[in-house]
Design a protein around this ligand. Structure first.
Ligand code: BGC
Length: 271
């Protein structure tokens, strides 16, 4: 397998998605695997599935693990749609110990945004881009001139007195049996709020529901241009694999740093 083929994992509140991704071509090279998220979605239960998928796909090199939580310095800081035992948990480190390879642990919407900005709907777009994923929750990824501002969590912005994702997520659409017209009215309202606060140059609509974009695009309105995520439901998986390249670079840089330090120590004659 080419060195440029890496595993991308995207853990969601409802399903875990995985595929091998050729990060040079920006394409998945295996069919997207979709496995129901275990209940309860504890770290052990979720990461055991991730390690199994890694084995089954014969993945090599670093792995990207996208997760629906604020991820700060490798630690999950929130747990809105997953088991509370993730709070404070170093998911990447734990999966890394299970598969004995480096793991990059990042927010799922940030991962989707990384894919879309590098090779999808946001490619080459300068200025402010806001990607929104509509699924079990609402995820957000904010970019300025292609640079990510991580963990924006705009699905938890207060909207009509509650978290926006309790009103306009794809899960709510299903739970309340909203048709596209009703759901898009809520999304338009939400986009209007985001427009007033961020004045983005582009909104990218992602998450599984973006696969059906053609059915409702005529119902979405905003002064900001709206595009569908080019990778659709696969953005998170592809972006996770892209992010894994960062883990690879970090490991290489750390090894080079250690070698240089050892060399410098040797030069001073310290044993
Ligand atoms: C979480 C976010 C996540 C989003 C989409 C929200 O509930 O707080 O971290 O990106 O769901 O999964």
């Amino acid at each position: 397998m080419a060195d440029s083929v890496l595993l991308g994992l995207d853990v969601g509140g409802s399903s875990i998605k995985a595929a091998l991704v050729d990060v040079q071509r920006g394409q998945t090279v295996t069919p997207l695997q979709v496995i129901p998220t275990p209940a309860p979605s504890t770290p052990d239960a979720v990461l055991e599935i991730c390690a199994r998928v890694d084995r089954q796909l014969g993945a090599r090199g670093p792995v990207g693990l996208a997760f629906p939580s604020v991820i700060q310095h490798g630690i999950a800081r929130t747990a809105a749609n997953v088991d509370q035992s993730w709070l404070g948990f170093a998911g990447g480190e734990r999966l890394g110990a299970l598969i004995t390879r480096p793991v990059e642990f990042i927010n799922d919407a940030d991962a989707a945004g990384i894919a879309e900005m590098a090779a999808g709907a946001g490619r080459g777009v300068e200025g402010v881009v806001l990607l929104l994923t509509f699924g079990t929750g609402i995820g957000s990824a904010l970019f300025m001139d292609g640079e990510l501002v991580p963990n924006t969590e705009l699905g938890h912005m207060e909207f009509h007195g509650v978290d926006a994702e309790k009103i306009a997520s794809a899960r709510e659409r299903t739970a309340e049996r909203l048709d596209y017209e009703q759901w898009c009215a809520r999304v338009n309202d939400y986009l209007a709020r985001l427009h007033a606060l961020f004045w983005p140059d582009l909104f990218i609509i992602g998450g599984s529901i973006s696969e059906d974009f053609e059915q409702y695009r005529h119902l979405l309105h905003s002064p900001t241009e709206i595009r569908r995520a080019a990778y659709g439901a696969q953005s998170g998986v592809v972006g996770a694999a892209f992010a894994a390249v960062r883990a690879q670079r970090r490991t290489t840089a750390a090894a080079a740093g250690a070698a240089a330090a050892a060399g410098a120590t040797g030069a001073r004659g310290v044993p």
